[in-house]
Design a binder for this molecule. Sequence first.
Ligand code: PLP
Length: 343
Amino acid sequence: MTFASTPPLDFRSDTVTRPDEEMRAAMARAEVADNVIDTDPTVRALEERAADLLGAEAALWTPSGTMANLIALSIHLHRGDRFLATRGAHVLNNELGSAAWLAGGMPEPLDHDGGPGRPSPRAVRASAGTRTGPYYALHTTLLCLENTHNAAGGAITPPDEHAQLVAAARGAGLTVHLDGARLWNAAAALGLPPAALTVGVDTVSACFSKGLGAPVGSVVAGGEEFVEQARRMRQMLGGGVRQGGVLAAAGLLALDRIGDLAQDHANARALATGLRELGWDTTEPQTNIVLARVPDVALTLDQLRGSGVLALPMAGMVRFVTHRDVTAADVDDALTRIKELNR
Ligand SMILES: *Cc1c(COP(=O)(O)O)cnc(C)c1O
């Protein structure tokens, strides 16, 4: 309770970042127009830049990553289809089942037998074998990848393995969607352009509102034809916003900050090392997420909160996420607070 009077150190998610002065100023001066009637120039600029970064023909701004994924899956899937996704994927666990009950696909979770956050190409081929069959059989039509993989602790799928997974899916006639909410983190950690991690996919989603600090906004990218369908679907879902340039201006500035993610990754490594020195059992972070195995997750989260350190449960563990609103000094401060805990 020693630290109860000081502000809590918030490691719950990289979504808790607040737009700073520079970002608020960029939002305030954004050039805008009605993006439902025709086109908002700042939204268009963001979409073009995001498409370019992601190696896609075109892109569409969405209010959230959940909507971006739902739009992609709704276009790819039809009733009676099955889709493959890695166990623990956001589309399976954190989107209220919308992939099934709105997009119409029966989910098939795949184990991470290719490494943290990814199936093996062999498992993809084996599970995809039901595209044809009797009329009452599900048709497996889509592979959904996630890079970095949240529930696997921000694990990166490297480009060569990504290529093998896409080849396996393609060989089996599957469409491929990549949930790249944190693709920027993978790119920054590998020192590669984001487009190096999207090779061969049909569609990709990515967030501006995670580590990059924008208050809102994501994107779904793919071919021109896909994006025209996606625009209709976004409207159907109530995601058509009028003077969206105010929000897109934050996204544009966010994209200037991909390089800053390296600091979050260094902070995550420092946090994991410090926790291990205190006897915690943690994963070695590849990006900005640290998972800790503890006997009683709820109890530990309570104790942490009492010491002014906020975290969340994930995959039966305690998840700490570093982001641009926690500094290296904050990580040291958190470790000092945690050291005081009588574990
Ligand atoms: C956060 C997240 C999303 C969804 O983003 P929201 O903007 O919160 O809807 C999708 N996929 C992954 C892997 C995420 O971490």
